[in-house]
Design a protein around this ligand. Structure first.
Ligand SMILES: O=C(O)CCC(=O)C(=O)O
Ligand SMILES: [Fe+2]
Length: 459
């Protein structure tokens, strides 16, 4: 197992990072109430374990499929973080060599044996991690070429995180239509006179800023969408989130690390956790659609669902038609700085409840947790590295709790390093990526060729 350490990594006991984490840890345990752990769900306990800065979490039972690939040895050594392949049962299935699949670098996918009933039967077994079955979860480690990874990072930052796609920063700041990345590059060129971005609240009359009602926070029902209720869900008023009244003008340089997400396709309304179909749809970029459709097209679904006995509902096992019916229409690009996490959640706002969700990892590596239909199932920890693709599909896996409790420091792979022949601007992407993970998370909300506007008019 790779264990080479860089000078300043979390495992090197003499490094500043280690010493700082230890100091902070000793301070926090002094203030921590006793017995806090007893009411954590197994999912919460796993999140806490992997979030810990000190001592750095033990990854010896984290599934790290890059271990199979000798060409990734240098990548595995970065940061001193490495998992194992003998901790979670998995099965290799060759990628299909159809026209759709030819662009991939790796030739293999991994799936998880689906033996119905085992979760319940073995619930009290010694090691529940080994008994959680996730039919429909497919991992494609190293699926994207180094060049494709670089291109997708550029696409995410420069082309996609800008008008007309929404980002988290648009709620509070007036971001130029050319996007934050472009503003950032300009600011770097002229650090002495950077243009500051103005708070959004400054541009709207104060009385029109929607104000949240006082009192306890409104609970969000987050009812799962389906063909029968999506019209009702989409008809509820979807107010824009209120811009902050306290943010100050800020330079693009200080805002870039605060970029957290950029919307893809149908607009997502975060406070109601529903899509806002009334706002119309932005077509998913052909680049992204292509990657996702190739990935789905390269999986031998017959093999994945070989022993599956899940209930797929009245239309039966949809996987049989995915070559024709899979077409993503929504999603999100997540940008994580090394301190960011994504709490356990289920993505249930899509009407297509079983169709593949394709998730692409770029930049720094992360721990991904995936469990069952409640937080009470102990999740499987998986180390996701740049170029890996995860597909969550089918009734069980698509509605499984999952989250990202940790971005692993110092894990940017060597293929992002700046080379002499690189375009001038590559160094800015590389610098940003040193502390960043990008995740392109793509979903199918509606069946192919289904037009919600048309459906509602036809009612
Ligand atoms: O970052 C990831 O790998 C997962 C992101 C995710 O679950 C989401 O965006 O819903
Ligand atoms: Fe998710």
């Amino acid at each position: 197992m790779a264990s080479a350490c860089t000078h300043d990594d979390a495992h090197n006991t003499t490094s500043p990072t280690y010493k700082k984490a230890k100091k902070r840890y000793l301070k926090t345990i002094g203030n921590r109430p006793q017995n806090q752990e007893s009411d954590w769900t197994p999912f919460r306990a796993a999140e806490k374990k992997f979030k810990a800065r000190f001592p750095p979490p033990d990854l010896s039972r984290v599934l790290d499929l890059a271990v199979y690939d000798d060409s990734r040895a240098t990548e595995l050594a970065r940061g001193g973080w490495g998992g194992a392949i003998d901790c979670v049962e998995h099965r290799a299935i060759p990628l299909l060599s159809s026209a759709n699949a030819t662009k991939s670098v790796s030739k293999v996918a991994f799936t998880f044996p689906s033996v119905p009933g085992l979760i319940e039967q073995d619930f009290f077994a010694q090691n529940p991690i080994d008994t959680l079955r996730l039919p429909g979860l497919v991992l494609l480690p190293g699926y994207l070429s180094h060049q494709d990874q670089r291109d997708l990072v550029r696409w995410s930052l420069r082309d996609h995180a800008r008008y007309p796609n929404e980002t988290n920063l648009d709620t509070h700041y007036l971001i130029p239509e050319t996007g934050l990345w472009d503003a950032y590059l300009h600011a770097l060129q002229d650090v002495s006179h950077p243009d500051e971005l103005q708070p959004k609240a400054s541009s709207i009359p104060i009385e029109t800023v929607p104000v949240e009602k006082p009192g306890p926070r409104q609970l969000i029902s987050n009812e799962a969408a389906d063909k029968n209720n999506y019209l009702e869900l989409s008809s509820t008023a979807k107010l824009p989130p209120p811009p902050s009244l306290t943010v100050k003008p800020a330079s693009p340089i200080s805002l870039l690390p605060k970029l957290r997400w950029a919307n893809i396709g149908w607009y997502y309304h975060w406070s109601s956790k529903q899509y806002d179909f009334a706002r119309g749809k932005i077509e998913v970029s052909e680049v992204i659609k292509g990657v996702c459709q190739r990935a789905v097209g390269s999986v031998d679904w017959e093999e994945v669902y070989r022993d599956d006995q899940s209930d797929w509902g009245p239309d039966g096992p949809g996987w049989k038609d995915w070559q024709e019916t899979y077409e993503p229409d929504a999603g999100i690009v997540n940008f994580y700085q090394t301190k960011d996490t994504l709490m356990a959640h289920v993505d249930r706002s899509e009407v297509c409840a079983t169709s593949p969700l394709v998730s692409i990892s770029l930049g720094c590596a992360a721990i991904f947790l995936i469990g069952g239909d409640t937080r009470d199932t102990e999740p499987i920890p998986i180390l996701l590295r740049s170029g890996d693709v995860v597909i969550m599909s089918g009734p069980g896996c698509r509605r499984a709790y999952h989250g990202v409790p940790r971005i692993l420091e110092n894990t940017l792979p060597p293929h992002f390093d700046v080379l002499d022949e690189d375009p001038q601007d590559w160094k800015f992407y590389q610098e940003y990526l040193r502390t960043t993970r990008v995740n392109i998370n793509v979903r199918q909300v509606f069946p192919k060729d289904f037009d919600p506007q048309f459906e509602s008019e036809g009612q």
